[in-house]
Write a protein that binds this ligand. Structure first.
Ligand SMILES: Nc1ncnc2c1ncn2[C@@H]1O[C@H](COP(=O)(O)OP(=O)(O)OP(=O)(O)O)[C@@H](O)[C@H]1O
Ligand SMILES: [Mg+2]
Length: 230
């Protein structure tokens, strides 16, 4: 094992991904995601950001190459096992929020906890949700429904949901893609404080160059390859 691998929570080696259409979305990507870093993946539309994020987060599999998570090769896990790892170790934040409209804010945030600890009493989950909402100054939205929230509020609820199981890594795909400028800047500083104050590790795929201000590691993609951009 080399040094890079040692300090990496995720190490991806020689990742190639082609879709059935013949598009080569990723072409020999090797990178490390270091604990406590904010890794920002930048690149034009179609450069492979989402594909890369999904492979690092075990939502998709490469055609070839390896993904090492905490020293363990997870490149060819069964979906069931990958889902368990995602629930235990990862949090997810999405451009379109993906809150469930029929469920309240409390219930939306609680879902990953119920999956992780199905036998614990619901009162314990409730307390956790209330605590995190308070921390994000959203306690008054506990019983609201997603359709009655602003975009910025929805995304902060999305962040609460991503953090509720205390993940090792939070993956965010274009998290400011549906936010106005002020809400975007607010979200970026929220992510920064979660990183600097709580040591949370983030991997963020985005077009938004404002993320460069909080990045500790930047990966530029172009046509499925990592490029150097000074
Ligand atoms: N499910 C799919 N089937 C076939 N081709 C796909 C699929 N998903 C993505 N692609 C193609 O793979 C390439 C990389 O797409 P990807 O979604 O990873 O890019 P991206 O950098 O996230 O783009 P954007 O900034 O628009 O979100 C593109 O050429 C895209 O058309
Ligand atoms: Mg994308």
């Amino acid at each position: 094992m080399n040094m890079v691998e040692n300090h990496a929570i995720i190490y991806a080696e020689n990742i190639v991904k082609s879709y059935e259409t013949g598009v080569k979305a990723l072409d020999d990507i090797t990178l490390s995601i270091l604990k406590g870093n904010v890794t920002v993946i930048l690149g034009p539309s179609g450069s492979g950001k989402t594909t890369l994020l999904n492979i690092l987060a075990l939502l998709d599999k490469p055609n070839s190459g390896k993904v090492i998570l905490d020293g363990r090769d997870v490149s060819s896990l069964e979906e069931r096992e990958a889902a368990m790892i995602r629930n235990k170790m990862f949090g997810f934040v999405f451009q379109f929020f993906y809150l469930i409209p029929e469920l309240s804010v409390e219930e939306n945030i609680m879902i990953p906890l119920m999956i992780k600890h199905p036998n614990r009493p619901i009162s314990e989950h409730r307390e956790k949700v209330q605590r995190i909402l308070k921390e994000f100054h959203l306690e008054h939205k506990l019983h609201s429904y997603p359709n009655n929230l602003s975009g910025g509020e929805k995304q902060r609820i999305g962040i609460c949901r991503s953090l509720i199981c205390d993940p090792e890594v939070v993956f965010a795909d274009e998290p400011t893609g549906n936010l106005d400028r002020d809400s975007s800047l607010e979200l970026i500083s929220l992510i920064q404080s979660l990183n600097t104050e709580k040591g949370k590790t983030f991997v963020i795929a985005t077009h938004n160059e404002n993320f460069l201000k909080i990045a500790t590691n930047v990966i530029y993609l172009s046509n499925g390859k990592i490029i150097n951009r000074e």
